[in-house]
Design a protein around this ligand. Structure first.
Ligand code: OOG
Ligand code: NI
Length: 465
């Protein structure tokens, strides 16, 4: 098959993301309500704050906003993780970043599968936060062994999906028909199955050890547990949710509200109670399980290592001052402490750029292009910016935040049972299971920024910037 007949992995991802959204709307109707709320608020923001719409036009994000969402799954074995990585490769998604959740009492470690190049992200920013269960952190040896045996027996991929992954690897791509089949087959892996693989009693044992363990071990596959749209105003969403019959979690995770958003702010609402048929109930849905929840996020600037260090320090200070985990009772105090703490983080793009706190994208302006052959025009980046020849916008953060992820996990698993696994990061073991190393997100942002400087220099007939 000649390579030109292959569908690009970027369009397979866009197709898959749309199919996933449709499936999730059918499985979790509240997700549809959430999408309407987000779209309503986004329209309001763009109408009421033309500067926000203008910034999104510069970066092209305005075109991806409506289809922007991330999902999350939890897999049970190294083999499942390695195969899911191969499945995501067909859609142009690579493992970026390592997140240790054990220190937050959740027995998993995670990565994000996503596109890495800004052009691919522009076509489809779809990403999947993927966690691997860490059986070694279960302290009950009998339960650990039971879980291992149950997981060893399940196959979370359809035979046709596996064949098409191999075909992609062998031939270097998929044609349109095969890509369609692949999307339909791959989707099965992410479906909700109401038949459990364990008896009611086994489920209870797993659940008593940790709700997350039951969620991973007791079912036929790694059901997608949420699908998160991107809003331009998460505070408006948080306030608007109860009126739509959606009770949000107590606090928004991440930085406080700002004029220039940074990183990621997220809120979520509680999982649905699903009816479940345990293996000793002969298909009758006699049990229940909470698996799926809703989440909304707002994205802002990707921070440099210096900016990220400042963010972590200010977040820690606010949490320390609170003296506990943010919850309903102290939500208002937490938000006030957060606002106070972040006062030292400049809320202005030019200052963030001067202090090298964030990554940026650079664009030649009309004035810059018109002055290309002027002798005596500025040639330094700062000079070009000052003269209005170059415009800059923040590079959007494409990844996740471990403290926020832990907050989302906790709020949806129920805060009643706080486990303590100590601090147990083990990136080597994760990468061994994955079958390769995860990419460094900071290097990806630096490359993106560099490419935009080069493109800018080229457009302005300069040798470099
Ligand atoms: C993943 C929770 C983390 C996020 O956006 O940080 C997450 C999970 O519950 O499986 O989705
Ligand atoms: Ni999420």
């Amino acid at each position: 098959m000649p390579a030109q007949d292959f569908v690009s992995p970027d369009s397979i991802r866009a197709q898959f993301s749309a199919a996933m959204s449709l499936m999730y709307k059918q499985e979790v109707p509240l997700y549809g309500t959430l999408l309407s709320l987000v779209s309503e608020i986004n329209q309001q923001v763009m109408a009421g704050q033309p500067e926000v719409a203008q910034a999104l036009r510069w970066t092209g994000e305005i075109e991806r906003l409506d289809q922007e969402r991330h999902g999350a799954i939890r897999v049970g074995t190294a083999e499942e993780l390695a195969t899911i990585a191969r499945l995501f490769t067909v859609m142009g998604m690579e493992a970026v970043g390592y997140y240790d959740l054990s220190s937050a009492g959740v027995p998993v470690h995670s990565t994000a599968f996503r596109a890495v190049h800004e052009q691919s992200l522009h076509i489809s920013p779809f990403r999947v936060f993927t966690s691997l269960l860490r059986l070694e952190l279960i302290d009950n040896p009998a339960l650990r062994e039971l879980s291992r045996q149950i997981l060893a027996k399940r196959q979370i991929f359809t035979p046709r999906a596996l064949e098409l992954i191999q075909q992609f690897e062998r031939e270097g791509g998929l044609n349109a028909d095969d890509a369609n089949t692949f999307v339909a087959e791959a989707l099965h892996t992410f479906r909700w199955h109401h038949d459990a693989t364990v008896t009611a009693e086994q489920y209870q044992q797993l659940h008593d050890q940790h709700r997350l363990i039951a969620d991973v071990v007791a079912f036929k596959g790694p059901h997608i547990n949420h699908l998160t749209p991107r809003t331009l105003d998460i505070d408006a969403i948080q306030v608007g949710m109860p009126a739509k019959g959606i009770p949000p979690k107590a606090v928004i995770e991440g930085p406080p509200p700002r004029r220039c958003p940074i990183l990621l702010r997220q809120t979520s609402f509680k999982a649905l109670q699903e009816k479940v048929a345990f293996s000793d109930q002969h298909g009758a849905a006699g049990g229940s399980h909470t698996a799926r929840f809703g989440e909304i996020e707002q994205r802002g600037a990707a921070l440099t290592p210096k900016g990220r260090q400042l963010y972590d320090q200010l977040l820690d200070a606010a949490r320390e001052a609170l003296g506990g985990v943010p919850a309903d009772a102290n939500a208002e105090r937490y938000m006030a402490l957060l606002k106070d703490s972040f006062q030292v983080f400049p809320d202005d793009l030019a200052q963030m750029r001067e202090q090298e706190l964030a990554y940026f994208r650079y664009f030649p302006t009309e004035r810059g292009l018109a002055s290309r052959s002027d002798t005596g025009r500025p040639t330094s980046l700062q000079g070009l910016i000052d003269a209005g020849h170059v415009h800059f916008e923040a590079l959007v953060y494409e990844d996740f935040l471990p403290v926020s992820a832990a907050g989302i996990f906790q709020s949806n698993l129920g805060d009643e049972a706080q486990s303590n696994y100590g601090s147990n990061a083990n990136r080597d073991a994760f990468e061994q299971a994955l079958g390769k190393s995860v990419q460094d997100e900071l290097a990806l942002y630096a490359q993106s920024q560099q490419r935009s400087l080069q493109a800018c220099a080229k457009a302005l007939d300069l040798t470099g910037l």
